[in-house]
Design a protein around this ligand. Structure first.
Ligand code: GLN
Ligand code: ZN
Length: 754
């Protein structure tokens, strides 16, 4: 029978119940029994939702207390020895690895492929050994079975788990593979005995450029596991696996899942190879975005497949886990009804999958109402005046062709900026935000809830700005910032003010652990009805004679951290964002702001998974940044800031941004990244982050000294800036001032010696 399924459901809960419970547990307000009860309740509800929607299978194993990859680490008892945990990991040990302990930093957190979800990176070395710890899965499987569900167990594939693990450089991780298969083997046999209908192995690494040794390993892995396991569905996601079609067809697996949203073109290649007696699961409902599925288009794809593959061997699914979309659209009562009508959150996507199955089996007439309703909504979306702005389109067409660039080369600009800004050697600055104190947050909330008026709100923000300026004066910083008191979030703040953006009230998606983000939605052409930062920036500049740095979020970060429309190419949306932000840059310059920072922390994470697609992305991403920043006078200094990731592999593109100053996160890597910049002969000014703002820990003067000395070894003093490694909004003032004080005085000491 044709089956309808999803690859996973959001675990955090419609009301973010899991977040609340986790934080209560960590603060000692909720004991383990209480926490477990919340988890069990959420799982029960989510399984029931899948069943009520008419799906044939419910997912088990997609729930996690912090992260699903970390669950596999616990399931296979693969804790790194540095945590000193007993062999069998319990909940406390699981959280110790996730959050760190007094003695040990947490496991590294990494981006899950090209999503904004973070996984906890396993650590392996030659001494790593594995053992099955049933507690981490089997009770949940029994829970679901006892509720009468048909269960599909979801697990990270062994190769994906191993590929994502960190290891000492000289060590070949594949040498651990046969050891890792042992607990899988035992587990699968037990799942089979329990009567599990299917096991879904998530193998997203198949969408990367994998070395041959890893590709070859698929054969041995699935040959070994398949004989004892329930029917295995190998799930590929986040991209096409067309080039592996022949290889995948040789695996002894019962089924293969394809992400047809990200890789629509792979279907034919797979239909050519995939054996007719085996299941082909077609992911046609987008698990990465919140737009309503075009049911007719999806049905056309399914029917095309059904012409070449037996209908009863076709499954219909979400493209990937629904982890990446918010829970339930019905909560969005404040969203414009027109817009809401174009969307589907996880709960609605369950219905879409089930509807498509009915349509495929019984024909259009069986789903006439759903088809009509979708047609109406999609037609309205296509014709909506709110999504198309002729002026924006024309402006994009005009500016798309020409290469944006500054009027003069960096050396000439630098000379003019030196004259205009009159900064000392090793200028000190910060990355933008200052502590978001309780009064600031209270005022923002009160204003949003209309408990205070605009004047009262502005007074509080101005007070915060004045306070930040005074403190920066007292510290002796050279380039000041206004502190971003008015910003709840660096993307949302601009999303609230740009046309073409909408904000949801409950559109939360898990970022990591208990942390959720609420990305804005780009649904229409983007433009800037009015200046967005001018008022605050100008006010801040009026309070000081020192240069004040204006603060913007760049076009690529706006794009990467939003839900983006799917009816216009991403590069086109980036261009629209760039032009809107360009106007803001120019307004700031006009208002006498001599330094403007355009943050692009997300530029690296927007990088496509496959090497072959990267040059094109970098090309339009760089163009968007340059379009944003390059309309200014030589004497106006453009800064950019990036953190979170490794830029080694994209340094040419970073240099091509041609920002006058780049501040980067280097403190946690002890400046290793700076070496890459030096080796590459990065030409413009650099501000390597001198200390880690993510921890309340005060950096010692010796440490700061050593790091600055290290930086001076590789970057000429004339091109070096002194700053922390990111914004300070999550810190409190006392630790912020203490750390900055040390930073400023170390810079002064070095300045005297140079
Ligand atoms: N200007 C922002 C801040 O200081 C930058 C944040 C970021 O890089 N993520 O908060
Ligand atoms: Zn940062």
């Amino acid at each position: 029978m044709t089956q309808a399924h999803i690859l996973g459901f959001p675990r955090i809960g419609a009301q973010r119940e899991l977040k609340t419970a986790l934080e209560a547990h960590w603060q000692g307000r909720l004991d383990e029994t209480g926490l477990r009860a919340v988890g069990a309740q959420l799982r029960r509800e989510h399984w029931q939702q899948q069943r009520d929607a008419g799906l044939d299978l419910v997912c088990v194993g997609d729930f996690a207390w912090y992260d699903h990859l970390h669950n596999a680490t616990a399931l296979f008892s693969a804790a790194p020895t540095r945590f000193g945990l007993p062999r069998s990991i319990d909940l406390a040990g699981y959280f110790a690895m996730a959050r760190g302990t007094e003695a040990q930093p947490a496991l590294a957190m990494k981006k899950w492929f090209d999503t904004n979800y973070h996984y906890l990176q396993p650590e392996v070395d030659e001494s790593t050994r594995f053992a099955l710890n049933r507690d981490w899965l089997l009770p949940e499987v029994r829970e679901a079975l006892s509720l009468g569900h048909a269960v599909k167990v979801v697990l990270p594939g062994p190769l994906t788990w191993l590929w994502l693990a960190s290891a000492p450089t000289a060590f070949d991780k594949l040498s651990l593979l046969s050891l890792l298969l042992n607990p899988y083997f035992v587990l699968l046999a037990e799942l089979n005995a329990l009567g599990v209908a299917s096991v879904q192995f998530d193998e997203p690494i198949l969408a990367l450029d994998l070395p041959d040794a890893w590709l070859d390993a698929y054969r041995s892995v699935y040959r070994e596991l398949a004989p004892v396991a329930p029917p295995i569905l190998l799930a590929t996601l986040f991209g096409s696996v067309a080039e592996h079609a022949a290889r995948l067809s040789e695996l002894p697996i019962a089924g293969l899942h394809l992400d047809l949203v990200r890789g629509p073109d792979q279907l034919d290649a797979l239909l050519d190879h995939w054996p007719a007696q085996r299941v082909l699961s077609l992911g046609v409902v987008d698990g990465r975005n919140l737009w309503r599925c075009d049911l007719r288009a999806a049905l056309a794809t399914l029917r095309r497949a059904a012409q070449r593959h037996p209908l009863d061997r076709l499954w219909i699914g979400s493209s990937c886990s629904l982890l990446h979309v918010p829970h339930d659209l019905r909560q969005e009562q404040e969203l414009a009804p027109e817009l809401r009508d174009w969307m589907a959150f996880a709960t609605q996507k369950l219905d879409e999958v089930a509807t498509l199955r009915r349509g495929l089996i019984h024909g259009d007439a069986a789903i006439a109402d759903a088809l009509n309703d979708t047609d109406r909504a999609l037609d309205q979306r296509r014709r909506a005046a709110t999504t198309h702005c002729a002026e924006v389109r024309e402006r994009c067409a005009r500016s798309g062709e020409r290469r944006a660039g500054r009027a003069s080369a960096f050396a000439q600009r630098a000379a003019k900026q030196r004259a205009a800004l009159n900064l000392p050697l090793l200028p000190t600055t910060t990355i933008g935000s200052f502590p978001q104190t309780a009064p600031i947050r209270a005022a923002r909330a009160a204003y949003r809830q209309q408990r205070i008026d605009r004047a009262a709100y502005e007074a509080t923000m101005q007070h915060a700005i004045r306070d930040a300026i005074e403190r920066q004066h007292a510290l002796g910083l050279d380039v000041l910032v206004h502190g971003e008191a008015e910003r709840n979030d660096m993307v949302e703040y601009f999303g609230e003010q740009l046309s073409g953006f909408a904000l949801t009230a409950h559109g939360w998606v898990q970022s990591y652990g208990s942390r959720c983000v609420k990305p804005p939605v780009i649904y229409g052409d983007v433009s800037r009805p009015a200046p967005m930062t001018l008022q605050w920036t100008r006010y801040a500049q009026s309070l000081t004679d020192k240069p004040l740095k204006g603060m913007l979020t760049g076009p690529i970060t706006m794009l990467c951290w939003s839900f983006v429309r799917d009816d216009v190419p991403r590069h086109e949306v980036a261009l629209q964002l760039a032009l809107a932000l360009r106007d803001e840059v120019q307004d700031l310059e006009q208002a006498g702001i001599g330094i403007i920072q355009i943050d692009e922390p997300a530029i690296r994470e927007g990088l496509p998974l496959k090497q072959a697609d990267r040059a094109a992305y970098l090309d339009w991403a760089v163009h968007a940044f340059r379009l944003t920043s390059c309309g200014v006078d030589d004497a106006t200094q453009i800064h950019t800031h990036m953190c979170y990731s490794e830029f080694r592999d994209i340094l040419p593109a970073i240099a091509a941004l041609d920002a006058d100053v780049i501040t980067i996160e280097t403190s946690r890597s002890r400046m290793a990244l700076l070496d890459a910049f030096a080796e590459f002969a990065y030409p413009n000014d650099i501000g390597p982050g001198l200390y880690d703002i993510h921890s309340p820990r005060l950096p010692s003067p010796d440490e700061l000294h050593a790091l600055l000395r290290r930086a001076l070894d590789v970057i000429p003093a004339e091109r070096l800036w002194v700053n922390p490694d990111c914004g300070l909004k999550t810190r409190a003032w006392p630790e912020t001032e203490a750390a900055l004080q040390r930073m400023v005085s170390i810079a002064a000491q070095w300045r005297r010696q140079l």
